[in-house]
Design a protein. Structure first.
Length: 390
C-alpha cells in the first residue's frame, strides 16, 4: 500500500486523477485529508478539482506529453469520469497503480459491452438488464423484435444525464431516431414500467475485499438525478440486499479495483433490472460524505492506495438534493441570489458548491445533503429546504 504520511523523495505521495469535475474535487478533498498530495489532469484551467488540487496539468486526456507528465509525477492514478480514453489508462498502468483498470473503464463506456457483461453476471446474480438489441446497421433495424417497442434508443458511447437517448414507439420512429443519432452504434432497450430507481456503490480492493454503501433510492428529472434518499424504509429490505448482491457480482466478474456504481430499475411487479454502471464515485453517493463514517471518495482513495476497506456505517437518515444551474435564475431568466442563510439555518443542512464560475441550465453546481435522526425528520427538513430553493 501507499501509506498515508509516507514521504517519497521528501514529499507526501502524490495521487493523480484524470478529470477535474466535481467528482475529482471531492476525491481531492478526501485524498488531502488523508495527507496525500494530488495532481489533476483537465483541459479547463478553472476546473472544480484543479482549483483545490496541489497541482494541475492543463491538457486533454489523450495529450501524450500531459500523460507522460502525470506518469512521471503521480504515484497512483484514478479517474473521475468514464470517457477518458481507456488507452490513456492502460499506458499509465504500465508503471503505476491505476484503479479502475483500463479494461473495466472500456466496458463501462460502451453500452454494448456493458450489457454483455451484465448478461454474464446475471447467470450468478439472477439480475438481468432490460431486453435489448444492438443496432449497428440499417439491416439491424429491420431485425429488431417487435416486443422491444416501445423502447429507448441509446447511443452506445458518450451518453449521460439522458443525453444521446430517444424514446421510440414504432419502427419508423426507430429508424428516424437512429439516423438522427448519426447512424452510430446504439442499443434499443424495451421501455419498462418503472416503480422506482436505485443504485449501489461498492469499493473493491486489489485483494478482492468489497465494501458496500447502503442502497440509494434515486429520483430523476429530465434524465438528470434530482434527489437521492437513504434511510430506513426508503426501499424494501429484500430488494436492497438483492441489489447489493448483484453489484458485488458485477464487480467481482470484472476483477474490479476501485469504486463502482451500478444503477437499477425496480419494476412495478417488484422485479429488479440492472441499468448501467459508472467506474467511479457517483452523484447518488454524495450523501455518504455527510451521512456515513466513510465516504465514497475516501473509499476511492483507499482502494487506489491499497488501504483497508471497512464497511461504511450510515449514521444519519439522509436526503440529497442536486443543485442544478436552473436554480440560479428566476422565472424571467435573470440571475438570482440563493437564500443560503435560511437554508443553512435548517438543522442537518450540508451545502456543497463545486466552485463553478458560471451557472447554466442543467449544469450541476452543487448539492445539498440533509441529515437527520429519522426518516420523518430528514423528510421534513428536505421539504423545508426545497421550498426555500423554489
Ligand atoms: P444516462 O447515462 O443518461 O444516465 P440511463 O440509461 O441511466 O442513461 O437512462 C436515464 C434515465 O432514463 C433512467 O434513469 C430512467 O429514468 C430512464 N430509462 C432508461 N432506460 C429505461 C428503460 N429501459 N425503461 C424505462 N425507463 C428508462
Ligand atoms: Mg443513468
Amino acid at each position: 500500500p501507499l501509506l498515508p504520511g509516507s514521504l517519497v523523495n521528501g514529499r507526501p505521495a502524490l495521487l493523480g486523477v484524470l478529470g477535474g469535475g466535481q467528482l475529482g474535487r471531492m476525491f481531492v478533498h478526501a485524498a488531502q485529508s488523508l495527507g496525500y498530495e494530488t495532481v489533476v489532469l483537465d483541459p479547463d484551467p478553472a476546473s472544480p478539482a484543479g482549483m483545490v488540487s496541489h497541482r494541475q496539468i492543463v491538457a486533454n486526456y489523450d495529450d501524450p506529453s500531459a500523460l507522460a507528465e502525470l506518469h512521471a509525477s503521480a504515484h497512483a492514478i484514478t479517474t473521475e469520469f468514464e470517457n477518458v480514453p481507456a488507452e490513456a489508462l492502460a499506458s499509465l498502468a504500465l508503471q503505476r497503480p491505476v484503479a479502475p483498470a483500463a479494461e473495466a473503464v472500456a466496458i463501462a463506456q460502451d453500452r454494448v459491452r456493458e450489457k454483455a457483461h451484465f448478461v454474464r453476471s446475471a447467470q450468478s446474480s439472477g439480475v438481468a438488464p432490460a431486453p435489448y438489441a444492438v443496432i449497428d446497421s440499417e439491416e439491424d433495424l429491420s431485425k429488431v423484435p417487435e416486443d422491444l417497442l416501445p423502447g429507448i434508443l441509446k447511443t452506445a458511447r458518450l451518453g449521460y444525464d439522458g443525453k444521446g437517448q430517444a424514446r421510440v414507439s414504432s419502427r419508423q420512429e426507430l429508424a428516424a431516431a437512429w439516423r438522427a443519432a448519426g447512424s452510430v452504434t446504439c442499443v434499443l432497450e424495451k421501455l419498462l414500467p418503472l416503480a422506482l430507481e436505485c443504485s449501489v456503490i461498492v469499493a473493491r480492493g486489489r485483494d478482492g475485499q468489497v465494501a458496500s454503501l447502503p442502497v440509494q433510492r434515486n429520483l430523476h428529472r429530465n434524465g438528470i438525478l434530482a434527489v437521492t434518499e437513504v434511510y430506513e424504509g426508503s426501499l424494501p429490505e429484500d430488494l436492497a440486499s438483492r441489489a447489493q448482491q448483484a453489484t458485488r457480482q458485477i464487480a467481482n466478474d470484472l476483477q474490479y479495483v476501485g469504486v463502482l456504481c451500478v444503477e437499477f430499475f425496480v419494476l412495478q411487479d417488484g422485479s429488479l433490472v440492472v441499468n448501467e454502471m459508472a467506474p467511479r464515485p457517483h452523484n447518488s453517493g454524495h450523501y455518504s460524505v455527510d451521512a456515513c463514517d466513510c465516504s465514497q471518495f475516501e473509499l476511492q482513495v483507499r482502494a487506489l492506495t491499497g488501504l483497508p476497506l471497512p464497511a461504511p456505517r450510515q449514521h444519519s437518515a439522509t436526503i440529497m438534493l442536486n443543485l442544478l444551474g436552473d436554480l440560479w435564475f428566476d422565472a424571467s431568466g435573470n440571475s438570482r441570489t440563493l437564500p443560503w442563510e435560511q437554508v443553512l439555518a435548517i438543522e442537518g443542512a450540508h451545502l456543497h458548491l463545486y466552485g463553478k464560475l458560471e451557472a447554466r441550465h442543467g449544469r450541476k453546481m452543487g448539492h445539498l445533503t440533509m441529515t437527520g435522526a429519522s426518516a420523518a425528520d430528514v423528510r421534513a427538513s428536505a421539504l423545508q429546504a426545497a421550498a426555500l430553493l423554489g
